[in-house]
Design a protein around this ligand. Structure first.
Ligand code: C2E
Ligand code: MG
Ligand code: MG
Length: 565
C-alpha cells in the first residue's frame, strides 16, 4: 500500500486516535477516543462496530462479558471483519465491524484501513483492561474493598491540589464485631460489614473516600462539614442485614479522628495515616469511643513508650516499692488490714501509680509487676511473722489483664506457699468487668482463690456498669466501695448519693460481704459510715499509703487510731 493513496481525512483522524490512545490521563482521553472512532467509522463506511471484552475464554464461550458499541446506525447490515485478541493474562477482546446491506462492497484500501483501526483499538482495549486489573490488584483487597494504598494515593492528590485542608480523616473499628460473628454467623457478619461500609460511603458522599485497613478496621477521608454526621454514625448505627431472614445489628465503633488544620502541612502520604492510627490506638487502649489527634497525644505516646522501655530494668533493679495503706475498724480504731500500693522510686522521685500503671496495663508488663508486688508483700509478712509482730491481712491488686491467664492461680499460690504465708493473710483485689467473657474468667479465678482460702475483694465497686450482676454467682469475701459513692454531706444536695450509699452498704452486709469504704477523708465521711453501719474504712483521714517502715509503726502493740471524732 502506497502512502500517497491514503485518504488524508482518514490519515488525520487515525493520527489523532493513536495520540489519544497513548495519552496517560485515561479519564480524559477515553471520550475523545470514542468520538474519533465514530468519525473513522463514518469515513470508512462502517455502520456498526461492536467490541466485546471477556475476563477469560470460558466467559467468551458462555456468552458473558462486557459489550461496548462504538457506532450503530440501525441500518440492515452484515459482518465485514472480526478481530480477536487474547492478552497474556488470558482475557479476551473482540471487535466486529458491519457494512450496511445497501452499500457497495469495500475496496481493498478501505478493508486495510478498517483492519488497521480495529487491531489498534483492540490492543488499546486489552492494554487498558490490564491497567484496570493492575489497579484493582493494587488498590482493592481480596473482598473488593478499597485499600490503604488508594487512601494514601488520594491523600497525596488532595494535598497537591490544596483541597486537603477542607478534609478530616478517621480510623475506626467495629467494636466487639467478633460477637456479631459468634451470635449470628459469619455470613451475617459479612453482610453487616458490607452494609456498614456502604452506609458510611453514602454518608460522606462523592468527595469522601473510605478504605479497609483489614478485618473490621477502616480509614476514611471526608469533608470536614460531614464531621458531626460521621461521629454520630461511628458512635452508634443500626445496620440492617439481609441474609438468614434479615434483621438489624447496632454497631458502635472506636475511632481516631484528625481534622486537618488550615496551616497543617501534609508532606508524606503516611502523615495523616500516622495521626489517625495514633488517635485510634489511644481510643482502643483507653476503651473510649472517639479520640481526636493532637500534639499532646504524641507527647503521651512518647512517655508511654519511655515507661515501657524503662520497665524491665527498673523491675530488675527493684525500683518499685510497696507502700501500705491501713484499713481501719472504725468502731475500735484498730488496724485490721492494709492495701499494698505500688510506688516507683525513679531517680530519687516517688512516681505515683497513675503515671505508670495504665501504661503497663497496655501490655502484660502489669502482670509481672503484680507478681513482684505479691512477692514483696509475702517477704514482708514472712519477716513480721518471724519477728513475732502483729500481722494483718494484706490486699494486693491484680490487674484485669491476668484474667485470661489459666496459670494465674498456680502462680499466686506458688508465691504465697514459697514464703509459707498462711493463706488467710492474703487478699486479692480485682476490678469489675463489663463483658460476659470477662465474667466467666473472673468467676473461675475468684472461685479458685476462695477454695484455697484466699480472700478476694471487688475493688472500686460502683465505678463500672455491671456491679450488681457481679455479686451474683461469684464467691467474693469483700466489697470495696469506691470513693465516688461516699456522700459529701447529709443534706438534700447529695440525697441520691446518700441513698445509693446506704443501700450498697446494706446490701453488702445482707449478702454477707465484708464492706470497706475507700477514700474516707473527713470526719463527716466517718460520721456517714457510722450512720450506715459500715465498720471498715480506708482513707487519708487515717493514713496515706505509707512506706513499709512507717507502716510497721501502725502494727506496733497498743497503736490505735482516734475514732472518737
Ligand atoms: P485502688 O486499688 O483503688 O487504690 C486506692 C487508691 O485510692 C490509692 O491510690 C490510694 O492512695 C487512694 N486513696 C486512698 N485513700 C484516699 C483518700 O482518702 N482520698 C483520695 N483522694 N485517694 C485515696 P494510688 O496508690 O494512687 O493507686 C491508684 C490505683 O493504681 C489503685 O487504685 C490501683 O488500681 C492501681 N495500683 C496501685 N498499685 C498497684 C499494683 O501493684 N498493681 C495493680 N494492678 N494496680 C495498682
Ligand atoms: Mg485496690
Ligand atoms: Mg479501689
Amino acid at each position: 500500500m502506497k502512502t500517497e493513496s491514503i485518504d488524508p481525512v482518514f490519515y488525520e483522524l487515525f493520527q489523532k486516535l493513536v495520540s489519544e490512545m497513548t495519552e496517560i490521563d485515561r479519564p480524559k482521553s477515553i471520550p475523545k477516543i470514542e468520538e474519533l472512532l465514530v468519525e473513522i467509522c463514518k469515513v470508512l463506511r462502517v455502520c456498526k462496530a461492536v467490541t466485546r471484552l471477556y475476563r477469560n475464554s470460558r466467559e467468551e464461550l458462555e456468552g458473558g462479558g462486557e459489550t461496548l458499541c462504538s457506532r450503530d446506525t440501525g441500518e440492515k447490515c452484515h459482518e465485514i471483519h472480526h478481530v480477536r485478541v487474547v492478552t497474556n493474562v488470558l482475557s479476551v477482546a473482540t471487535l466486529t465491524a458491519y457494512l450496511a446491506d445497501d452499500q457497495p462492497p469495500l475496496t481493498d484500501e478501505e478493508f486495510y484501513f478498517i483492519d488497521l483501526v480495529m487491531r489498534t483499538t483492540v490492543s488499546f482495549l486489552s492494554r487498558n483492561r490490564l491497567t484496570d486489573m493492575v489497579e484493582e490488584l493494587a488498590y482493592y483487597d481480596d473482598q473488593g474493598y478499597r485499600n490503604v494504598r488508594l487512601f494514601m494515593a488520594e491523600t497525596m492528590k488532595m494535598a497537591g491540589s490544596g483541597k486537603i485542608t477542607d478534609m478530616a480523616a478517621i480510623n475506626y473499628n467495629l467494636r466487639h464485631f467478633t460477637l456479631v460473628n459468634q451470635q449470628f454467623g459469619k455470613s451475617v457478619g459479612d453482610d453487616v460489614l458490607r452494609n456498614h461500609f456502604t452506609m458510611f460511603e453514602q454518608l460522606i458522599g462523592e468527595t469522601g473516600l473510605v478504605c479497609r485497613l483489614g478485618g473490621d478496621n477502616f480509614l476514611s477521608l471526608f469533608d470536614k462539614q460531614k464531621l458531626d454526621d460521621v461521629l454520630n454514625f461511628v458512635t452508634e448505627a443500626k445496620i440492617p442485614f439481609q441474609c438468614s431472614g434479615g434483621g438489624t445489628v447496632t454497631i458502635h465503633c472506636s475511632a481516631g479522628v484528625y481534622v486537618v488544620g488550615e496551616n497543617d502541612r501534609i508532606n508524606e502520604p503516611g502523615d495523616i495515616l500516622a495521626k489517625i492510627i495514633t488517635a485510634f490506638r489511644v481510643a482502643q487502649n483507653g476503651n473510649v469511643r472517639i479520640v481526636f489527634y493532637n500534639e499532646d497525644l504524641i507527647r503521651k505516646k512518647q512517655e508511654a513508650m519511655r515507661v515501657q522501655e524503662l520497665f524491665p530494668l527498673a523491675l530488675k533493679n527493684e525500683e518499685f516499692h510497696v507502700y501500705y495503706q491501713p484499713k481501719v475498724n472504725i468502731l475500735t480504731g484498730e488496724v485490721y488490714g492494709a492495701e499494698a500500693l505500688c510506688r516507683w522510686n525513679k531517680d530519687g522521685r516517688v512516681v505515683p501509680p497513675f503515671e505508670f500503671i495504665p501504661i503497663l496495663e497496655q501490655t502484660n508488663d502489669i502482670c509481672k509487676l503484680d507478681f513482684y508486688m505479691l512477692e514483696y508483700v509475702c517477704r514482708h509478712i514472712r519477716r513480721w511473722l518471724d519477728e513475732g509482730r502483729k500481722v494483718v491481712r494484706i490486699s494486693v491488686n491484680m490487674s484485669r489483664r491476668h484474667m485470661t491467664d489459666e496459670t494465674l492461680l498456680d502462680t499466686i499460690l506458688g508465691i504465697i506457699n514459697w514464703y509459707s504465708i498462711p493463706h488467710e493473710l492474703i487478699e486479692i483485689e480485682l476490678t469489675e468487668t463489663t463483658t460476659d467473657v470477662g465474667f466467666t474468667d473472673l468467676k473461675r479465678v475468684v472461685s479458685g482463690l476462695s477454695e484455697a482460702d484466699i480472700c478476694t475483694s471487688i475493688d472500686d465497686f460502683g465505678m463500672g456498669y455491671s456491679s450488681l450482676n457481679l455479686l451474683r454467682g461469684i464467691p467474693w469475701k469483700v466489697l470495696k466501695v469506691d470513693r465516688s459513692f461516699v456522700p459529701e454531706s447529709e443534706g438534700d444536695s447529695d440525697r441520691v448519693r446518700s441513698i445509693m450509699f446506704k443501700y450498697v452498704v446494706g446490701m453488702a452486709k445482707d449478702i454477707g460481704l465484708e464492706c470497706v469504704v475507700e477514700g474516707v477523708e473527713t470526719e463527716k465521711h466517718l460520721g456517714i459510715l457510722r450512720e450506715n453501719g459500715c465498720e471498715y474504712a480506708q482513707g487519708y483521714l487515717f493514713d496515706k499509703p505509707l512506706p513499709v517502715e512507717e507502716f510497721e509503726t501502725r502494727l506496733a502493740d497498743g497503736f490505735i487510731y482516734d475514732v472518737d471524732r
